[in-house]
Design a protein around this ligand. Structure first.
Ligand code: PMP
Ligand code: GLN
Length: 390
């Protein structure tokens, strides 16, 4: 190629999830790395998708998403949070949360604007900010409770701050932010007139009675929040890629302006399936069962990791457990996870890749528990081989 690639691509590399999944395949490792369920999706949602295909629902949906899907999403938001949103002007459906995060950042951020992100930071946020010409300002969450330092958070707000990207329940830590923490962040956003892009893709996955609180439901926040969610985790279909954003019309308009030229729309049969799924999930008692089975998987993996000398931190949401790898004597978490994948046969994600400066990261490995009992047990058998280096 004669022309050099655009500089904005230079730091992007290959996503850690792609890298570790490929390594897991090459070494026939049990993959507890990339977050995706390895068990079947509920029958009612698969039937709904198949019906939509049989009925020839093959052509473009409106760019904002199928009207019946937006109505079902508005009804669910009303049911959960007692807040009315207008499906015509306040909901946008797109190709997963990944696209909506990108759309939201492009819709808001001018070159040179600052966007606050919490560290560890989900891998897509900083590239999105860079693609918009913005600057990421990192605020540390500190183990084991993953709290921010209030003074550090306050200092991160400057006259150039345009947005904060929040993620709750949080990947990779499993933290579910408490209402009081969200109040503190909300007060700063109101004071500095900053928008929150709130990534809530694990909204239905909380345990031990912990409540997921969307920051949009706090006083004065609805008008400054884009709440993003996706059917991937809730219905165990990460490959279907239907996500949605709920935001006031003033934020929805620019978001849709970007979305229409990024993908315009996404797959109709899966939008139909989600519309049906949202109606049927309640009648099937689906959400409670989902949480109960995930809580059981979390217990199973916790036991397995403890037996292998990798006591995980507690996690009250999402589907990951973090383990300190220090005692095993590797140079860092990346070396540990490579060894674990290639020599022990269990793949995990090194969390230092979620840090701007990996050298400042605690050496944790992330294990995904969205897995069948057999998968977790197969990992247990292999982990018996795990030994400290010296
Ligand atoms: N945000 C977080 C925190 C995630 O963990 C993921 C994916 N697993 C996404 C966004 C992407 O969601 P989607 O698959 O709907 O694009
Ligand atoms: N969100 C998933 C995870 O954290 C991965 C998604 C992806 O591969 N982009 O494992």
């Amino acid at each position: 190629m004669s022309a050099p690639p655009a500089r904005r691509t230079s730091g992007f590399g290959t996503s850690i999830f792609t890298e570790i999944s490929a390594l897991a395949v090459a070494h026939d490792a049990v993959n507890l790395g990339q977050g995706f369920p390895d068990f079947p999706a509920p029958a009612f949602i698969k039937e709904a998708a198949m019906r939509a295909i049989r009925e020839d629902r093959n052509q473009y949906a409106p760019a904002a998403g199928l009207p019946r899907l937006r109505a079902a999403l508005a009804a669910r938001w009303q049911h959960l949070h007692g807040v009315t949103v207008d499906p015509n002007t306040e909901i946008t459906v797109a190709s997963g949360a990944t696209e909506l995060l990108h759309d939201a950042v492009l819709a808001l951020v001018e070159p040179g604007d600052e966007v606050i992100v919490f560290e560890p930071t989900y891998d897509a946020y900083v590239p999105d900010i860079i693609m918009a010409g913005g600057v990421a300002r990192h605020v540390a969450l500190r183990a084991p409770l993953w709290r921010w330092d209030p003074a550090e958070l306050r200092r991160a707000f400057t006259p150039r701050t345009r947005a904060v990207i929040l993620n709750t329940p949080h990947n990779p830590t499993g933290k579910v932010f408490a209402r009081e923490e969200l109040e503190e962040l909300a007060a700063l956003c109101r004071e500095h007139d900053v928008v929150v892009i709130s990534d809530e893709v694990y909204s239905e996955l909380t345990y031990d009675g912990t409540a997921h609180v969307p920051i949009a439901t706090l006083p004065g926040m609805r008008e400054r929040t884009i709440s993003i969610d996706s059917m991937g985790k809730t219905f165990s279909v990460t490959g279907w890629k239907v996500g949605w954003a709920i935001a006031p019309e003033t934020l929805t308009l620019p978001l849709r302006a970007i979305h229409q030229f990024v993908t315009f729309t996404n797959s109709v049969p899966f939008q139909e399936a989600l519309s049906d799924g949202l109606e049927l999930a309640d009648t099937h008692g689906y959400y409670d069962e989902l949480r109960a089975t995930y809580a059981a998987r979390r217990e199973r993996l916790t036991r397995v990791l403890k037996e292998a000398g990798l006591a995980p931190l507690s996690a009250s949401g999402a589907y990951f457990l973090l383990c300190d790898t220090t005692a095993f004597g590797f140079a860092d978490d990346v070396a540990f996870c490579r060894h674990l994948t290639t020599e022990v046969g269990v793949a995990a994600i090194p969390t230092s890749v979620f840090y701007a400066d990996p050298k400042t990261a605690p050496p944790f490995a992330r294990f995904c528990f969205a897995k069948r009992d057999e998968t977790i047990d197969a990992a247990a058998a292999r982990l018996k081989k795990l030994r400290p280096l010296h």
